[in-house]
Write a protein that binds this ligand. Structure first.
Ligand code: EPU
Length: 418
């Protein structure tokens, strides 16, 4: 299994270009199921999760071709299978995104129930309740969710809390339902807006995406379109924190500053200089990192996907900080690895971290537990004294395109050991 070796101490300097957003690309690729014809996706990141959704669609019968780097053509016309198998779904929870499109298009879907996850229980009850509200009959047997409906019928759906993939699944399903649907307390992430815009390009009638109330007027069919994936806001934030933590000076290009207001505000509060331009951001770290408090929330609140990276920054802050993780119940596993590197962190009730800044981190062998935890350990390795060896980097490969190459170009001493 690959490992990442980092010799800490280099200040990141130079320019880096952000890739397309994993969490925007996944629902968009799943939406190909709704369409008869070839959809051309551009700015698709080269990631393990993208390969997983591609394999899943191919298994259903879709034709997927990489036309050039970042350019993926998906033709869902030949889909003949409605079953997403355990072996494919267990590799990536976001596979649940095929459920809504399959039942909307074929009136029948069978998707392996996503299992446990390192960061929390992550149930899919709201996805299922939404489909039931649209008239689908749902059963769960032998580890599979089965949804059936002659044709979905538009209805009002209320989410108990904003769910990103739940909103995406229901937005895709209601697109082909008969009549009007209203999704209330919907998630408002930029990835939801990107999906709504793409579906509208394909002929859907969706209004309100980006607000808590989304209205969908069902249509009989969708047509192909050319879709460009938006920049990855979490990759952007990760490079911003890496620049600040190493007291570097980095121009982050090809990003969307409007999508990361919370990250920008919080990073500025730590003392970093953050300048925003139309599609780029410059971050210049300061010698002293100020301690700040953070609470993760659904968008436009501070993203849970940036919590681990900010925790690493706070380990070397001047003072004490509190991080309250309110989205997932078990997303502090990286804290134990940071402790091994000399950080001073204590956790209360599983979701409240108290971090007392230390002078420096020390390199150590550490283990990644999930995607964003792996990013926090990479940042820790960049600032720690000595050589850090991170294992289980397959978590990182799910969501960061060529991260070690991008960091090397910024002057980091980082390499992959295979
Ligand atoms: N929830 C339920 N029932 C449901 C659905 C969600 O109780 O039916 C709960 C979850 O357990 C969680 C909260 O609602 O406590 C919010 O979860 P959400 O459904 O929004 O998360 P998700 O859609 O499974 C997406 C991203 C995650 C990101 C979260 C939160 C994708 C493919 N995944 O997950 O990304 O952390 O939203 O922003 O979009 C990552 O990229 O590393 C990642 C984990």
């Amino acid at each position: 299994m690959d490992k990442i070796q980092i010799i800490g101490g280099s200040k990141l300097q130079g320019e880096v270009t952000i890739s397309g957003a994993k969490n925007a690309a996944l629902p968009l690729i799943a939406s190909s199921i709704l369409v008869n014809g070839k959809i051309n996706f551009t700015n698709v990141p080269d990631l393990m999760d993208i390969r997983s959704i591609r394999l899943l669609l191919e298994d259903l019968g879709a034709e997927c071709n990489v036309l050039s780097p970042g350019c993926l053509e998906v033709d869902g016309s030949a889909i003949h299978k409605i079953e997403a198998q355990y072996d494919l779904v267990r590799k990536m929870r976001a596979s649940i995104l095929v459920l809504g499109p399959l039942v909307a298009k074929f009136g029948h879907a069978k998707v392996s129930m996503p299992g446990g996850c390192a960061i929390g229980a992550r149930p899919v009850n709201m996805h299922l309740a939404g489909l039931e509200a649209l008239g689908a009959t749902i059963s769960i047997e032998h580890g599979y969710i089965e949804a059936k409906a002659d044709r979905l019928i538009g209805n009002e759906i209320y989410f108990d809390m904003p769910t990103v993939t739940g909103t995406e699944n229901l937005m895709m399903a209601t697109t082909l339902a008969k009549g009007k649907s209203i999704l209330r307390n919907a998630a408002r992430e930029p990835e939801i807006v990107a999906l709504a815009q793409a579906l509208n390009q394909m002929g859907a009638k969706i209004e309100g995406a980006g607000t808590a109330i989304i209205t969908v007027e069902g249509v009989d069919k969708l047509h192909p379109a050319d879709i460009k994936i938006i920049p990855d806001r979490i990759e952007t934030g990760t490079f911003m924190v890496a620049a600040a933590a190493t007291e570097g000076d980095v121009l982050i290009k090809g990003c969307e500053p409007d999508h990361i207001g919370g990250i920008i505000s919080k990073l500025k509060a730590t003392g970093a200089l953050v300048e925003t331009f139309k599609e780029s951001i410059r971050v210049k770290g300061s010698r002293t990192v100020k301690s700040i408090d953070i609470k993760t929330l659904p968008y436009p609140g501070f993203p849970t996907d940036m919590q681990a990276q900010f925790m690493t920054l706070m380990t070397i802050a001047n003072g004490n900080s509190m991080i309250h993780e309110s989205v997932f119940e078990n997303r502090f596993i990286h804290a134990n690895e940071l402790l091994r590197m000399g950080a001073d962190i204590s956790i209360t009730n599983g979701n409240l971290a108290s971090i007392r800044g230390v002078k420096e981190l020390q390199a150590a062998p550490v283990m990644a537990s999930d995607l964003r935890a792996s990013a926090s350990l990479v940042i820790a390795g960049l600032i720690a004294k000595g050589t850090t060896l991170i294992s289980r980097v397959y978590h990182m490969d799910r969501g960061y395109e060529a991260i070690e190459k991008k960091l090397s170009l910024l002057g980091a001493d980082i390499k992959r050991i295979t």
